[in-house]
Design a binder for this molecule. Structure first.
Ligand code: S3P
Length: 192
């Protein structure tokens, strides 16, 4: 009986496992934490582009920015994401600036479903304020940085296939929202 129920659940998510699901959005929105839980729920592998850039460079992101500069980070990020998009379907959390690269965007569009996670800038500023791992926020007011980024990036993030407004919800609630939005998107496509 138990395995029969499990089978039904697995089948429910099967259409979501056909392509890589790429999460985009500003720093602190939960791309990595929601992505990891989404991967667990859908039983898909999880990849975090920031972590992959760090392993490829043998340095942390603050070290890459400090020692090699932001352009070198962006180049590494672009290469790493291109490689990850050639892997079998998985959940891919990207860094907040990754989708701004036209080349990365084109590859994501071709090989993945993209989900823009969005929430209030005040919520983001509160969350990122607790960490010191983001070079772009060093010696700056997080809310001001996020506002400036939102102005430039939101029109580009809007090119993602799906947008999910997560509010300040717990990550497991966001996972359910993302699954519902992905399911509607995939069903809409197959009905078209
Ligand atoms: C960045 C976001 C960071 C990281 C780097 C630059 C950005 O990732 O890639 O510090 O340009 O927004 P998160 O969005 O995971 O914090």
């Amino acid at each position: 009986m138990g395995s029969c129920k499990g089978q039904v659940l697995m089948d429910r998510y099967a259409p979501l496992r056909r392509r890589t699901i790429t999460l985009v959005g500003l720093m602190g929105v939960g791309k990595s934490s929601v992505g990891r839980r989404l991967a667990q729920t859908l039983e898909m592998p999880f990849r975090d582009a920031d972590n992959e850039v760090e392993s490829a460079a043998g340095r942390s992101i603050p070290e890459i920015f400090a020692e090699l500069g932001e352009p070198a980070f962006r180049e590494g990020e672009r290469r790493v994401i291109a490689r990850l998009l050639d892997e079998p379907p998985h959940i891919l959390a990207t860094g907040g600036g990754a989708f701004m690269s036209p080349e990365t965007r084109a590859l994501v569009k071709e090989k993945a479903i993209s989900v823009w996670l969005k929430t209030d800038l005040a919520v983001l500023a509160r969350r990122v304020g607790r960490k010191d791992s983001r070079p772009l926020l060093r010696d700056a007011d997080p809310l001001e940085v996020l506002k400036a980024q939102a102005e430039v990036r939101y029109p580009v993030y809007a090119e993602a296939d799906i947008m999910v407004e997560t509010g300040d919800a717990a990550h497991n609630v966001s996972v359910e929202q993302v699954i519902a939005a992905l399911t509607a998107h995939i069903e809409g496509k197959s009905a078209a």
